[in-house]
Design a protein around this ligand. Structure first.
Ligand code: SF4
Ligand code: SF4
Length: 305
């Protein structure tokens, strides 16, 4: 749920109604994103979520104030997800350090890996682990305005190096000399980064275990989003899908109606197996790329059978 986007603010009454509907329909987790620090009614939403049995995860980009974190904690926030720019991102480090000092343990970090920063992976893992993060999510390059990719996906050799480091980390918990103060941190390649997940499973689909709903893009399959203007969308990155203005948005007021009846979601749920640009790629059956991409985006991981 996007609370504010710099121009629009989700009215608190609407947000509360959505949370109550989630509670009533056994939606057990809601992620709160956007300009969360500027959303003055956030404590009210957190109280209501607790009451409804809906766990909340607050997404933080940049530096958060200590008093604000303490207030959110007191109001009932269940988890924080902190977006890291990189290992040297001072604002993120400060936020993670504050959460650590406050002994708030349910903290995850997320890092976007792309062609220009892949070599930072080891340093990012080391930094997150050193700051007591419970889980580091590695995610892929995301579409930008107009569904153009903001950054390119890593190339084959960069994927190989990243996969080797992740495998080693999972196996020994001390990959390539990474010094871990907290050896409990989980390292997860997010479903949004399907290419790396598929790559790690190998080129032979028979032995590749990247399967099921989490193998790739989960928009409309395991979640959907509500934008700051109250609109429903499969994923916030599809918000400006100029190609499908009639399907990128659905102005329903109702969570259940959207989830069960939206033609957009129905199309997304059955589009995964027949993506034209992936035909003949050896990963095709084990990969489902970002559904918000422009159709003509070229995947550098394409590997013919
Ligand atoms: S071409 Fe398609 S199936 Fe192959 S790696 Fe790229 S996104 Fe995945
Ligand atoms: S469309 Fe899918 S892969 Fe792309 S950002 Fe959204 S959930 Fe992730």
């Amino acid at each position: 749920m996007e609370l504010a986007d710099g121009q629009k603010i989700l009215p608190v009454g609407k947000a509360l109604a959505l949370i109550r509907e989630c509670g009533k329909n056994r939606v057990r987790r809601v992620r709160l994103t956007g300009d969360v620090a500027g959303y003055k009614d956030l404590p009210i939403l957190l109280h209501e979520s607790k009451k409804q049995g809906v766990a909340t995860e607050i997404v933080i980009a940049g530096q958060a104030q200590k008093t604000w974190l303490a207030d959110m904690f007191a109001a009932g926030a269940d988890a924080f997800l902190v977006d890291m720019e990189g290992a040297a991102d001072g604002a993120t480090r400060t936020t993670l350090q504050l959460l650590r000092n406050m002994r708030f343990s349910n903290v995850r970090a997320r890092w976007h890996m792309h062609r220009g920063n892949t070599e930072e992976l080891k340093a990012v893992v080391e930094t997150a682990a050193g700051l007591g993060v419970k889980e580091l999510l590695i995610t892929g390059a995301k579409p930008h305005a107009g569904n153009k990719m903001k950054a390119q996906l890593p190339d084959w050799s960069q994927m190989e190096a990243a996969a080797a480091l992740i495998r080693e980390y999972d196996g020994s918990n001390a990959a390539q000399g990474i010094l871990l103060q907290d050896k409990k941190m989980r390292l997860t390649v997010e479903s949004c980064f399907s290419q790396l997940r598929a790559f790690m499973g190998g080129t032979d689909a028979r032995y590749n275990d990247n399967q099921g709903i989490g193998r790739g893009c989960e928009a409309g399959r395991s979640f959907f989003a509500v934008a700051a203007d109250g609109s429903f969308t499969p994923c916030l990155y599809m918000e400006e899908n100029a190609e499908t203005p009639s399907t990128g948005y659905c102005n329903t007021e109702n969570v259940v109606a959207f989830w069960e009846k939206s033609p957009v979601l129905r199309t997304l749920r059955c589009s995964g197996e027949r993506i034209r640009e992936c035909a003949d790629c050896c990963f095709q059956r084990r990969c489902l790329h970002c559904q918000a991409w422009e159709k003509d985006t070229i995947c550098p991981m394409y590997h013919a059978l």
